[in-house]
Design a protein around this ligand. Structure first.
Ligand code: ACO
Length: 323
């Protein structure tokens, strides 16, 4: 069995900021309410001509700049997104074209906000099995394009961003220690994007395509599900809370993260988040938090991380990795 390591990271966020003050002018809300309930102050929003693909290109360019790594020889491109430019061709195929990558499979994966941890699970599996050697895995989201800016219960939450990692074969210093995935399809009705079907109850044709969410139910489900998943991961790894240097949960809502920390015993000081200035960037929130941790001098090579994503599906997945 081969082993895999995350060898590089790059991120990108759009220029345009959407602050709580901006939102106060758009819907009946307030800075106080948003900060108190979510911990968010602002988010980044893609311009009309920016899409999942173009944000991804910039994140990959930053990965190359920061790591001096070459992506032209990757043998598989995986993209996590729930907001691809097109249903097909995939964003992964557009990346293959843009970077002129010669010998690579390319596919998009959709596990909503759990997409980053699902993708790492898949990339590690493909390398561990010996099928692949060097995988470019990108998370990219433009949730603003499917957000209903007349719905105050959702429009305050979401932001756009992209992040790229390289996962390579490495027998000496592998990253992956434990990995766990789960789904609760019954809860899917609490968070969905209308697409070819209208509501999940009616199941008839529709093309408007906006996010519909019952935030309270998601909040309750995540606060219940993560502690069990985290325990399972620690057991799998034979580790204790104290062995984890950084807990990096999906940055959906700072209050939810605080509540999960209280339930599990992680200290909030040992948590990396991106929610305050980026909002909920879906599957990009975890790598954004990692990049922020690096920039602030917190996250160091060799640190042990517990990353945990959750979102529409309802999906959840976590990993323990060495950075
Ligand atoms: N401003 C002011 N008031 C608001 C706003 C707002 N933006 N939004 C809702 N309210 C009101 C509601 O109408 C309600 O009023 P009422 O009591 O008069 O009916 C009151 O505030 C409380 O509403 P709740 O929905 O119960 O508020 P809650 O404390 O649950 O916070 C929130 C809402 C922030 C959405 C929270 O439930 C949450 O973050 N849930 C998790 C959502 C999440 O993580 N989703 C993403 C999952 S990842 C993915 O896959 C996309």
């Amino acid at each position: 069995q081969s082993k895999a390591r995350i060898t590089a990271l790059g991120t990108h966020v759009p220029e345009k900021r959407l602050t709580n003050e901006d939102l106060e002018k758009m819907v009946d809300t307030s800075d106080d309410w948003i900060v108190q309930r979510t911990g968010m102050k602002e988010r980044r929003i893609s311009a009309e001509n920016e899409f999942a693909s173009t944000l991804a290109f910039k994140a990959i360019e930053n990965l190359i700049k920061q790591s001096q790594k070459d992506v032209s020889d990757v043998d598989c491109i995986i993209v996590s997104t729930s907001t691809p430019d097109y249903t097909f061709p995939s964003v992964a195929s557009q990346i293959q074209k843009h970077f002129q990558i010669k010998q690579a499979g390319a596919m998009d994966l959709n596990a909503a906000c759990a997409g980053f941890t699902y993708g790492l699970h898949v990339a590690n599996g493909l390398i561990s099995s010996g099928l692949h050697r060097k995988i470019l895995f990108v998370a990219t989201e433009t949730l603003s394009k499917i957000t209903d800016y007349t719905d105050r219960t959702t429009c305050i939450l979401f932001g756009d961003a992209a992040a790229a990692v390289l996962v390579e074969r490495d027998e000496e210093t592998p990253s992956f220690i434990a990995s766990h995935m789960g789904t609760f399809g019954e809860g899917g009705v609490h968070l969905y994007r209308t697409n070819l079907s209208t509501t999940m109850e009616e199941h008839s044709l529709n093309t408007s395509g906006k996010i519909v969410q019952n935030g309270r139910e998601i909040y309750k489900w995540a606060s219940r599900t993560l502690p069990t998943g985290i325990e399972e991961l620690l057991q799998q790894a034979g580790l204790d809370f104290d062995d984890i240097d950084w807990f990096v949960p999906h940055s959906a809502n700072l209050r939810m993260i605080e509540s999960i920390c209280e339930r599990t015993g992680f200290s909030i000081e040992k948590t990396l988040t991106s929610v305050e200035y980026m909002g909920n960037t879906s599957s990009v929130s975890i790598p954004l938090a990692l990049q922020k941790g690096i920039n602030e001098g917190k996250l160091k090579n060799g640190d042990t991380l517990l990353v945990y994503g959750f979102g529409g599906g309802l999906t959840h997945a976590g990993l323990i990795i060495t950075w």
